[in-house]
Design a protein around this ligand. Sequence first.
Ligand code: ADP
Ligand code: MG
Length: 731
Amino acid sequence: MKGIGPRKAAALAGVGIHDLFDLFFYVPRRFLDRSAIVTIADLRRGDYAAEPSLQPDLSKSDPDLPGVRKDVTVMGEVRSHRVLGSGRRARFVLVLADRTGSMQCVWFGGVQYWRRAFRIGEVLAVSGQPSWYANVLQFVHPDIDRLSSSGEEGEMQWTSLLNTGGLIPVYPSGQDLARAGLDSGGFRRVLHAAIRTYLDRVPETLPPDLIRIRSLLPLAEAIRCAHFPSSLDDIPEGLRRLKYEEFFQFQLKLALRRHSAKNEEGIPFSVKSALARRLVESLPFTLTKAQVRVVNEITSDMASARPMNRLLQGDVGSGKTVVALLAMLIVVENGYQALLMAPTEILAEQHYKTLVRVLDGLQVNIRLLIGAQRSKLRQDVLEDVRRGSAQIVVGTHALFEKGVSFPRLGLVVIDEQHRFGVMQRALVRTKGENPDVLVMTATPIPRTLSLTLYGDLDVSVIDELPEGRKPIRTLLKHEGERESVHSFVHEQVRGGRQAYYVYPLIEESEKVDLKAATLHYEELKEKIFADLRVALIHGRLASEEKDRIMEDFKAKRIDVLVATTVIEVGIDIPNATVMVIEDAERFGLSQLHQLRGRVGRGADQSYCILLSRRWIVDRAARVGGKPGAVEEERLAERRLAAMAATNDGFRIAEIDLELRGPGDFFGTRQSGIPEFRVANIVSDGAVLAEARQDAFDLVRNDPSLSDPSHRGLADQLRHRFKEDLALLRVG
Ligand code: ADP
Ligand code: MG
């Protein structure tokens, strides 16, 4: 594009803008309404409406609609200009006149530049907030457009107005962008040029039917409205189409992926399994109704000739593991390999041991594969896997490293991988010939998010906890109450229970935090719990060491386990009834919920004690989880208040999403959540639902996108999503 040199291109690439399409979706943050053009006499009389604040009616009716500020615009001729003052007080003063009077425009700083910028007699359009200074009417730092100085005032070229005289877009920028000439004004110029030159070449992607039924603007028109609207009404209309476009493209890919997966050959397992029955019989409990229901959903997928792609959702402690075990045993009995992948080594070890214990005597060859294994053992495991003689393989992501191949892969179970996005799951499937895939997560995600993240999966939900569980009691405590917390832990341990003490370990300051945790541990061990058995576990320990400590804790040879977040997910030790979380304000909400989920796993009353600084605790207690009243409260207080208010993981997830926004919800990059530029998956749920419905309907009716009215879409996929071309082979 003309006007975009290597520097600008690099700066644009830095914010993910690589082509015109990206650029068009870089929408303004807000608008300045400069459409009121008045005379200088009007300004003198105060006869104008300029409102520096946001217009409340607009921002209220739609929170995503960019705010609008009202400025006034004056057109006039440069009469004179001069530099006044010197040094830091230097300012450039320009006298502007129309036929009704004159006024000043003032710029502080940059006087040498401004002095050369204007010719006497030149005609300008000037926008800003008028003010009076020492009885002189002025604009300070106004935005300007130069109008052709030939011709009469009445004939001035409106088309040359870019910064004044209409609804003016204000673009988000940043230091890097501004340095490359792409401050808000720079973006405005670039977008204006791009739209002028290329807009008529923007192809329509949606079939006419959809545009009509959903009352959408044509794409090109929407782009214009979102950037250079002719009226305020244009803005939400333009944005709605762009949001729809983003959601639709994404959902179309999901729909195609799902369609193609449904048409692939999977393995039809025989789901009558003696092994599974033996497991169920050997359990010390009976399955909940919800567990039975999801087992049925899973086994009917497994019996079908199509590969399974299913999400198993259930709050912490709802009993997902045993469901996965049953599915794995079916696979084993059919002569295939099953793979169970966990996010941490500790959890992988735990699953491995559980399997070995419950399958004792059943002649199933179970292997553990984690990154930290000695190479000899590792070689041995790999060989076992490669030969196909390892029937169940438990591990971490080490399972997916190069060089691990599974000749008879029948099922992949991914545990606690709420960070596993669509793309990573596609990778999993390459490990075998269309194995069944079961993704398990305790993070009950709000519906809009699950539609984006797991939109191509079928969903099973365990919506009840095993019988007899008592709700965990969550208490907020501060430093001053430490004594009482310690004596409470003592009491619990005397009653035969065990406790966790968790310290935050924030990545940037891992060393410092670890040191703090270690110091605290020494203090707990030597002074406070001198009579108890206390141990420390953290991520830096060797695998065998971690393993030994968890084993001791499980066997009740440890009373109090001091830990970093290595125990965050999955750990299952029902006799532990107290979770004390230090510096609780430093944890994210979903992390707190996961940690709390380490207790309350048996029949005993369990407690989660959140320790924090006094004022945070006091205020969080006052906030008390009342949703409306807390908007202005600090985030930490809201998180603690939410924890104290509810045990419901779904509610927690919703609040978390609200507090953090979708980008951060699952952590960073790995989230697998596509980044939408215009749309917001939290607040644009209605548009998302429509786009999803339409995309899935469309693929159902025309999976190969061969209908002429779908050519725009097919082309779009071909050009913009090359990596997804394979999706179009189907049908
Ligand atoms: P999660 O869904 O968080 O992964 P787990 O599978 O670790 O939960 O199960 C939590 C605990 O509940 C385990 O100790 C497990 O043995 C136990 N459990 C699972 N199902 C039942 C049930 N139906 N009745 C009683 N306890 C159960
Ligand atoms: Mg689990």
